[in-house]
Design a protein around this ligand. Structure first.
Ligand SMILES: *[C@@H]1O[C@H](CO)[C@@H](O)[C@H](O)[C@H]1NC(C)=O
Length: 530
């Protein structure tokens, strides 16, 4: 897109004014990622001094106090607090005043939390109004991105009005801590970066076939035998609490996934009788398959495990997995075959899987949790409870669009992950693919489209650990962050997004996030780590 041509003679001054407004609008837009829903700006700018700057909220709120501390250092990264003794000239003072409609600061963000905010920046003050503390956090993030420095190091912010809210309510990132163990600090740092991008859900794919790092209170043997190492490669209960509280302070939900009946090899090491013994002919082969769906003890175990998980993780959602179940071991096992006959499933093993998943969904419903399952569960079994959320992970656009149509037609809420498996990398600017995804662009009614509650960027861990997680995630996940937050029409151009995303990537570097380059170029503050 090129700048509008200005015709010289007629109304030249007016045209020049338009051009200035156009450029200002453009520059301001460059400053905030993901793009706010509505904003107006003027070329009036105000200097900010760390020593004269303060955040203000009239009541006591620990979430805001913590955020004020963080954002002060983010906005003034080089400020040493002993400067604070210098007397402050009134002309140099600036207050950001937060007001909330709902003053509750004690709870957790949940599936219906409002993240709406209104930010109004004028001379010597800014007003940040939000319905909830979670909205205030989003507004603080926006405010921090509006501040810039000139070549002499002076901080400025321009006169601005922003009204903002997310397009989709669920904007998640999946981390996989089973294929590779991710140290606690790596997870916490990812949560920081998520908050800069206004992501609000951490989907913790905590266990899987290769390892079981979750240290269960009820079943400590499982991580003892099933983690890569029983002491160093686990998440203790206190680690999990750290993650949940770090996330909460940033308005991020933590949705745990305990995927079954497949993907459970590591569970079996410390929990005998859970997995199905596979047979070769009439004798056990010594290998094991998915969770044994024919045994009552499996369901008793699951009920106890999910009772614990439901109390450890406060989020209303639990992810139950249900993907990629291999039937060959079930088919080989005489007990399972006997159960099939007893239940009248014939030779249709998808019925057995459905029976298993339905039982697990009932267990978590009884614990007052909303179940999320991978799309496979719907593909086999269209009669799962209506409030189950389906997670779409398979296929090219033509396929996942069909699936979006089918599942929403059945009245289920859906999450879209298929186009955002960003553990897959390609040479060049592959963020473009993430950016051009249109989650509601499938054939269906308006009601169906509303059932798309959001999307998720998945970072599967086969080839990812703490060494390469951050540059693989950022800024590639940022493309999805804007798709999920911002207005569809205002963010339809990859060309307009590119310089803004390059700029945002520089912001991430400045904040210590190892975000890889998008394309040729430089940042004013290059990454300083080693
Ligand atoms: C802020 O205002 C200045 C003029 O005072 C203008 O040059 C600049 O483009 C504006 N910047 C932003 C980020 O809006």
């Amino acid at each position: 897109m090129s700048a509008p041509r200005v015709k010289r003679p007629s109304g030249a001054a007016f045209c020049r004014l338009l051009l200035v407004l156009y450029q200002v609008g453009r520059h301001t837009a460059e400053g905030v990622w993901p793009l706010p829903q509505t904003r107006t700006t003027s070329a009036e700018r105000y200097p900010l001094k760390a020593s004269g700057f303060n955040f203000h909220y009239a009541r006591q709120c620990s979430v805001l106090d913590a955020a004020f501390g963080r954002y002060f250092s983010t906005i003034f990264p080089d400020y040493a607090s002993d400067n604070a003794v210098l007397p402050v000239n009134k002309e140099e003072s600036f207050s950001l005043v937060v007001k909330l409609d709902q003053e509750d600061c004690e709870s957790y963000p949940n599936a219906d939390s409002s993240e709406r905010y209104k930010l109004s920046v004028s001379a010597r003050q800014a007003a940040l109004d939000a319905e909830t503390v979670w909205g205030a956090l989003r507004g603080l993030e926006t405010f921090s991105q509006l501040v810039y420095q000139d070549d002499f190091g002076t901080f400025f912010i321009n006169k601005t009005e922003i009204e903002d809210f997310p397009r989709f309510q669920f904007r998640g990132i999946l981390l996989d801590t089973s294929r590779h163990y991710l140290p606690l600090q790596t997870i916490l740092k990812t949560l920081d970066a998520m908050s800069y991008n206004k992501f609000n859900v951490f989907h913790w794919h905590i266990v899987d076939d290769p390892s079981f790092p979750y240290q269960s209170r009820t079943f400590p043997e499982i991580s003892k035998k099933g983690a890569f190492h029983p002491m160093t490669h686990i998440y203790t209960q206190s680690d999990v609490r750290r993650v949940i509280s770090h996330a909460r302070l940033r308005g991020i939900r933590v949705v745990p996934e305990f995927d079954s009946p497949g993907h459970t090899q590591s569970w079996g090491k410390g929990q005998s009788d859970l997995l199905t013994p596979c047979y070769r002919g009439s004798t056990p082969s010594g290998t094991f398959g998915p969770v044994n769906p024919a045994s009552a003890s499996s369901y008793r175990f699951m009920a106890q495990l999910f009772k614990e998980v439901a109390s450890v993780f406060p989020d209303p959602y639990i992810h139950l997995g249900g993907d990629e179940v291999d039937f060959s071991c079930w088919k080989s096992n005489p007990d399972v075959r006997g159960f099939m006959r007893k239940m009248g499933f014939g030779s249709d093993y998808t019925k057995l899987e459905s029976y298993y998943m339905e039982t697990i969904v009932n267990i978590t419903s009884a614990l007052n949790k909303t179940s999320v399952v991978w799309q496979d569960v719907f593909d086999y079994h269209e009669h799962i409870p209506k409030d189950t959320v389906l997670h779409i992970w398979k296929g090219l656009p033509a396929e996942y669009k069909k699936e979006l149509g089918r599942i929403t037609e059945a009245g289920h809420r859906v999450l879209l992950a298929a186009p955002w498996y960003i553990n897959h990398i390609a040479y060049g600017q592959d963020w473009r693919h993430s950016y051009t995804v249109q989650p509601q662009n499938f054939s269906g009614t308006e009601e169906q489209k509303k059932l798309v509650i959001g999307g998720e960027v998945c970072m599967w861990g086969e080839y990812v650990d703490a060494t390469n997680l951050s540059p693989r995630l950022w800024p590639r996940a940022s493309a999805a962050a804007e798709r999920l937050w911002s207005d569809e029409l205002q963010t339809s151009s990859v060309e307009q997004a590119r310089p803004r995303l390059q700029n945002f990537r520089c912001t991430l570097l400045r904040r210590g996030i190892r975000a890889e380059p998008l394309v040729v170029g430089h940042c004013r503050h290059e990454y300083q780590g080693v």
